[in-house]
Design a protein around this ligand. Structure first.
Ligand SMILES: Cc1cc2nc3c(=O)[nH]c(=O)nc-3n(C[C@H](O)[C@H](O)[C@H](O)COP(=O)(O)OP(=O)(O)OC[C@H]3O[C@@H](n4cnc5c(N)ncnc54)[C@H](O)[C@@H]3O)c2cc1C
Length: 473
């Protein structure tokens, strides 16, 4: 009975696997038959989409195939894991650090986001006096991560379309328009530099008549996320050994700690997990951190004439003042990119068919902003999974003796993940710093009910996210 149920589950979830190596399927079957652990512990699905699809071909680092004994292992090579491994390598110059990535670098969420490296975080609803210290704490973390990335991009000469453009926060429909005043007040109370924008200025800058009001915040960077994450991975210090397509399938917490991979294992003194929402596959934070699936599309490269129909800015990024609104960019290589769907999909990417369906929603959002470009086709579509908690907190610290985790940034983890990863490396060796204090001050996660209650709850919370989105989608 147990086996039959697991087989049905596998059939269901396998529909969402766009590429899943045979050997992982083999591992799944073994696990089902031996009843070792939950089915989804061994699925690390991927596809060829994301911003990586726009980059030249990439030769990944090898898979780990031989057993090892090391002091430090970092699991997950997104922004958090790369920052964590780099800081560990600086602090332990004579020791080898192993960095394991389940997929290819750039195919995880870090290479599938919208490319906003955030300095200022705002959650809709305006300034609440009792939360002022929390706003400041989160923005200190954002700033710290952004500064680390800025320095690395410069020193390591990473070509990732890094642009210190700041962000446009814009409003088209009623709810978002009302939010503009709340956001302006928030910025004023926190003494954050900004410029209020009216319809005319927005048209002049971006070439869309859709938005009525908005705010430009100059502190914030736009970049090509897959190029950045790859660039960071290609320039790691020599005492870090990165293995790609090497998922950790299980962790045994005896001494030493053991990480089990497909054909080998690593014995380690310390494990730092930077696996985002997938940490539950390794048995941690079950019911506290889940994956929400987002999707977007890129146009082909615009012609000079098409660019001429837009505004005066050569590249820009728009965040919506409605929580369910579209994120839109004109990239430095002259594509428009729009991301405007979010859904609970069991923490999986969308299939090719689902992506094609979502493109209708991307298309509507694109044409309502840029009717003059209605003949410009989309060239790429992608989905990505962000780690979210019910109370929008982040996770940082010890999960078990010598096992640490940082992650779950609710859609804002480029700079924050970099700061959390750096701080985690320092914290795991007993360090103390204001940044560590700020990360540790994250509120505990709120419990998320298991499926099928989770599906019902997720359905209603996504519905509420898009309530009143109107033209902002
Ligand atoms: C569509 C979309 C748009 C977004 N836009 C933005 C944005 O503009 N700005 C912003 O700041 N944030 C944005 N985010 C969120 C941001 O991308 C994430 O917060 C960030 O990538 C988190 O980084 P991370 O390193 O913690 O996790 P991830 O990027 O998810 O990296 C974790 C890595 O761990 C690997 N892994 C997992 N389990 C294992 C295992 N068992 N063994 C080995 N490896 C494992 C995964 O393959 C993955 O590569 C967006 C997210 C999405 C989905």
């Amino acid at each position: 009975m147990e086996i039959t149920w697991r087989f049905i589950l596998w059939k269901r979830s396998s529909k969402n696997i766009v590429r899943c190596d045979r050997k992982y399927l083999h591992a799944i079957v073994i696990r089902i038959l031996t009843n070792q652990s939950r089915l989804d512990t061994v699925i690390y699905s991927t596809d060829q989409h994301g911003w990586a699809e726009l980059l030249p071909d990439y030769t990944p680092q090898p898979q780990l195939t031989t057993s090892q004994r090391v002091p430090w292992v970092v699991v997950g090579a997104g922004f958090t894991g790369l920052a964590c491994a780099r800081r560990l390598a600086e602090l332990h110059r004579d020791e080898e650090i192993i960095l394991l990535e389940a997929r290819q670098v750039g195919q995880g969420t870090s290479g599938r986001n919208s490319g906003f490296a955030v300095a200022v975080t705002y959650s809709n609803g305006g300034f609440r006096v009792k939360e002022e210290e929390d706003y400041r704490r989160i923005n200190r973390i954002n700033q710290a991560g952004l500064e680390i990335l800025r320095k690395q991009v410069q020193e390591l000469e990473i070509d990732c379309q890094w642009r210190e453009d700041g962000f446009h926060h814009l409003a088209a429909d009623k709810i978002a328009v009302c939010e503009t005043d709340l956001y302006l007040h928030f910025l004023k109370m926190l003494e954050i530099e900004h410029t209020a924008l009216d319809h005319e200025i927005i048209c002049d800058r971006l070439g869309t008549k859709l938005y009525h009001r908005g705010v430009h915040v100059p502190d914030g960077v736009l970049m090509q996320p897959a190029a950045l994450v790859r660039g960071l991975a290609e320039r790691l210090p020599s005492n870090i050994q990165l293995y790609e397509q090497s998922p950790v399938l299980q962790i045994d917490t005896g001494r030493p700690l053991t990480l089990k991979l497909d054909n080998c294992e690593i014995k380690a003194d310390n494990i730092l997990l930077a696996t985002n929402y997938e940490v539950s596959k390794l048995g941690y934070l079950n019911q506290y951190l889940i994956g929400s699936t987002l999707s977007g599309s890129f146009t082909r490269i615009l012609t000079q004439e098409e660019l001429g129909s837009l505004g005066s800015l050569q590249h820009w990024g728009v965040l919506s003042l409605h929580g369910g609104g579209a994120t839109v960019r004109l990239t430095p290589d002259h594509r428009i990119c729009i991301r405007n769907t979010a859904e609970y999909h069991g923490g999986a990417l969308l299939s090719e068919r689902q992506l094609t369906e979502r493109q209708n929603i991307h298309r509507q959002g694109f044409e309502s902003r840029f009717p003059q470009l209605k003949n410009v086709p989309f060239e790429y579509a992608w989905s990505g999974v962000e780690g979210i908690s019910r109370n929008f907190t982040n996770f940082f610290g010890k999960q078990h003796e010598h096992v640490y985790f940082a992650g779950g940034y609710n859609g804002s983890g480029v700079s924050r993940g970099t700061a959390f990863g750096t701080a985690l490396a320092e914290y795991a060796r007993g360090g103390a710093s204001p940044l560590i204090e700020d990360c540790l001050a994250s509120a505990p996660g709120a419990w998320i009910p298991p499926r099928p209650l989770l599906d019902v709850g997720a359905y209603f919370s996504i519905r509420s996210r898009f309530a009143g989105v109107g033209l902002d989608r």
